[in-house]
Design a protein. Structure first.
Length: 504
């Protein structure tokens, strides 16, 4: 790069990154392409070495090891990724991260994208971030695809300063995400929807930085229909005032804010608090077909926000008939039920639930629905296979059960039950309800389809189940560099390599 060899720029970036890693972090150092020349190629394509195994950070030893990094051989990205994944040790539920820095494309015939997908298929939780160091279009496409396959980020570094900045940012983020504190996991979000940082349900977080007024960190969480998002924020004990690069703690009004945006980027709710320890929350039930990636924004428009303000997101199971999803709004999306009792859920975003049940000629059926909320009023309707309404009953008062009895059908097939909120009496009120179907007389019906009660379980992290723990993450960085971060124990691995047909 001008008069500076790229390897020198890479070493300088690593020195800067290592100097910013917290004492006590557990790190490792791995090289590739540093011992065997380009020929013989088979040997060069397996040239990677764990120079410093995982241990508490020894800056002197790590920085001294950089002097031994002399690029000689091929660029075995795929093989080096496999070896770096093994540096983490045995199987674990914790998320691992790899930062791969390269100035060129794979030169050993390997398929790095297939490699990382294979790691994921083996149950290794790894997210690969990549930095393209002055790369061409082909190398950029490969590096971007590696990150995309694992949910990581791609950074384009066109000069030595950009490389150092990208490497520092990604390493610090990996270290911060994995570190716990008394206020939850420390984390930094993205600046936009496109680079929103995924978070886990049931984990308490706080930012790694004080937040300026009118600035927001963007986070993302996936939720399906049949769940309810509950996003909560809690103010810290004191306020903070930010001036330039400095800040001052103190003040009686620690303003703190949270917002929830839908997959279409529209805001669906926001809350803020201004008293020490005060909590506020946003609840969003997700109706049929409304699931997807939601966005949580941390910050507020009133004042600077303290980094120790806590926030979390819960995913509560509000699925119908224990199915793991929401009953549809018409017969096409109906959930099948069998005689017996089950339950459903109605709210402002889900005012109608459709169910189907098998019927035979000569049998008599009865349906009963009762809301759990004393103010909720229901409308119960039974419809035959031709869409003809058999009967409809409305609640006489809040909390009352509704029944339809003595139902007969002159055919064998399906009928439908519609449970709906009363359109004029607090139809937005959230409430669970019980739904009971009974059958008497008639021949035995054909064997029913699998009961929804035997359907897929609700997603992990929902209420009433063990929520996904945040788990500490591990991260590695490869480069021709690789850095690793691990929970309270953070790992850092660098691998220095070379670009095909590149002179350094």
């Amino acid at each position: 790069m001008g008069a500076q060899p790229k390897i020198d720029a890479a070493k300088s970036a690593i020195r800067e990154t290592v100097s910013g890693i917290e004492e006590g972090s557990v790190v490792a150092l791995r090289y590739y392409g540093h011992r065997v020349p380009q020929e013989p190629k088979p040997e060069s394509c397996r040239d990677t070495e764990l120079v410093i195994p995982f241990q508490p950070l020894d800056r002197t030893r790590m920085l001294a090891a950089l002097g031994r990094a002399v690029p000689k051989g091929q660029t075995p990205i795929s093989y080096s990724l496999e070896q770096a994944a093994g540096d983490f040790g045995g199987a674990s539920d914790e998320e691992r991260g790899i930062i791969l820095v390269s100035d060129g494309i794979e030169t050993c015939g390997g398929d790095p994208i297939a490699t990382v997908r294979g790691l994921l298929a083996k149950g290794i939780k790894v997210k690969v971030h990549t930095i393209g160091f002055d790369v061409d279009a082909a190398a950029r496409a490969q590096l971007e695809a590696i990150s995309e396959a694992t949910g990581g980020e791609y950074h384009d570094a066109r000069n030595a300063a950009a490389l150092a900045d990208s490497l520092r940012q990604l390493t610090q983020r990996a270290l911060l995400v994995s570190r716990d504190s008394a206020y939850g996991q420390e984390i930094r979000g993205g600046n936009t929807y496109d680079d929103a940082v995924p978070i886990k349900a049931g984990t308490t977080y706080h930012l790694d930085h004080h937040q300026r007024k009118d600035n927001y960190d963007y986070f993302a969480i996936d939720a399906r229909d049949g769940q309810k998002i509950v996003a909560t924020i809690q103010a810290y004990d004191v306020a903070v005032e930010i001036s330039g690069d400095k800040f001052k703690e103190g003040g009686a009004f620690p303003y703190t804010g949270i917002a929830l945006h839908a997959p279409n980027k529209q805001r669906v709710g926001n809350r803020w608090v201004a008293s020490a320890g005060e909590k506020a929350g946003i609840e969003l039930p997700i109706g049929s077909g409304r699931g997807g990636r939601f966005y949580v924004l941390i910050g507020n428009e009133h004042d600077d926000q303290h980094r120790y303000a806590r926030f979390d997101v819960q995913l509560v199971d509000i699925s119908d008939a224990k199915s793991g999803r929401d009953a549809g709004e018409d017969d096409a999306g109906a959930l099948e039920i069998a005689p017996g009792e089950t339950s459903g859920y109605l709210n402002a975003n889900d005012k109608i639930d459709f169910y189907s049940f098998k019927v035979v000629s000569g049998a008599t059926y009865a349906v009963r629905a009762k809301p759990a909320a004393v103010e909720k009023e229901l409308v119960l309707t039974v419809v035959d296979r031709d869409g003809v309404e058999k009967k409809e009953v409305k609640s006489p008062n809040g909390g009352a059960a509704v029944r339809i009895e003595a139902l007969e059908f002159p055919y064998e097939g399906k009928a439908f039950v519609k449970v709906a909120s009363h359109p004029f009496v607090k139809d937005e009120l959230e409430s669970r309800y019980t739904l009971e179907l009974t059958r008497t007389g008639g021949p035995s019906p054909a064997s029913a389809a699998t009961s929804p009660a035997q359907g897929p379980p609700a997603a992990a992290g929902t209420a009433g189940q063990a929520a996904e723990t945040g788990g500490s993450g591990r991260s590695v960085l490869l480069m021709g560099v690789a850095v690793v971060a691990v929970a309270l124990l953070v790992g850092l691995a660098f691998v220095l390599g070379r670009k095909a047909s590149s002179t350094r």
